[in-house]
Write a protein that binds this ligand. Structure first.
Ligand code: PAF
Length: 282
């Protein structure tokens, strides 16, 4: 496995591999790899000749109240995980390498951002869009893998790839779950014992909405009420949001139809958990 830290060397390598006809699978990350990242690598590995992982804590996507310096980092461990998952190249640039001077052009994501978690993180997706624009041009992937735990990010990346005509196949990968259905997250450790017992009810509420749709319910407001009732009755968490949109364009719906996302965020005493399902309604 190679570790490459400069853009020039990375681009050279990737151009050479592409001209040899190799397919490139790409998993972009900010490091501190967890099972979600591992599921992306596991999916990408057999589908591509070359597997590239990038590790870059992108300062542009942190808000003024989010502590960039406190973001966890452990390159040695990440290196071992990447090795075990069969990664061929880790791209590990510094912030100076990625942003050597003030940019003369900025990316502003104008759709799909003012809903779900994006509502409380203004500018976040501009930072994600900017870094991915650069990383896609450096890594030149055939396929790029993103986890559906952050389905809004997947929707924004879908827009970026389509709007700017990147010849890249976006591969959304299902959320990794515990046996009881709770979406895996590094935040789950902040749940108390009692809250951990309640937490699978979030996924349960999504399944209740799915079943109601399958039984013919088409009113988004009614589905949201059903879910909120379930969460309030079965957990001590406070609902931050429960929202339903078309997917991936994240537009409000008067009636449930086509591909949709049902997403929620619930605050427990020390952890805010998010989860979602995407489904196709007739
Ligand atoms: O999901 C992440 O870890 C980041 O938003 C990404 C896609 C690596 C861009 O910095």
């Amino acid at each position: 496995m190679k570790i490459i830290t400069t853009i020039a060397e990375m681009q050279q390598q990737m151009l050479r591999l592409k001209s040899d006809g190799r397919t490139i699978g790409y998993v972009p990350t900010m490091g501190y790899l967890h099972e979600g990242h591992m599921s992306l690598m596991k999916k990408a590995r057999p589908e591509n000749d070359i597997l590239v992982l990038s590790i870059f804590v992108n300062p542009l996507q942190f808000g003024p109240n989010e502590d960039l310096d406190a973001y966890p980092r452990d390159f040695e461990r990440d290196h071992q995980v990447a090795e075990a998952e069969g990664v061929d190249i880790i791209f590990y640039p510094s912030a100076e390498e990625m942003y050597p001077s003030k940019a003369s052009i900025s990316i502003s994501v104008v759709e799909r951002t003012d809903v779900l978690c994006g509502k409380s993180r203004p500018g976040h997706f501009d930072g994600v869009g900017t870094v991915l624009m650069k990383l896609f041009n450096i890594v030149l992937p055939t396929r790029a893998y993103f986890g559906l735990k952050d389905a809004q990010q997947v929707a924004v990346v879908d827009g970026l790839i389509k709007d700017f005509n990147f010849p890249i196949e976006l591969v959304p990968v299902d959320t990794v779950r515990e046996e009881d259905g709770l979406a895996k997250s590094s935040r789950n450790v902040y749940l108390s014992e009692e809250e951990r017992k309640q937490a699978p009810e979030l996924n349960k509420s999504l399944q209740i909405a799915r079943e109601a749709i399958e039984s013919g319910e088409r009113n988004p407001g009614q589905l949201i009420r059903l879910m909120a009732e379930h969460i309030n009755d079965h957990t001590t968490g406070a609902v931050d949001y429960i929202e339903i949109y078309s997917y991936p364009d994240l537009k409000e719906l008067e009636t449930i139809k086509g591909k949709i996302i049902i997403a929620l965020a619930v605050k427990f005493s020390k952890a805010r958990l998010i989860d979602n399902i995407i489904l196709e309604a007739e």
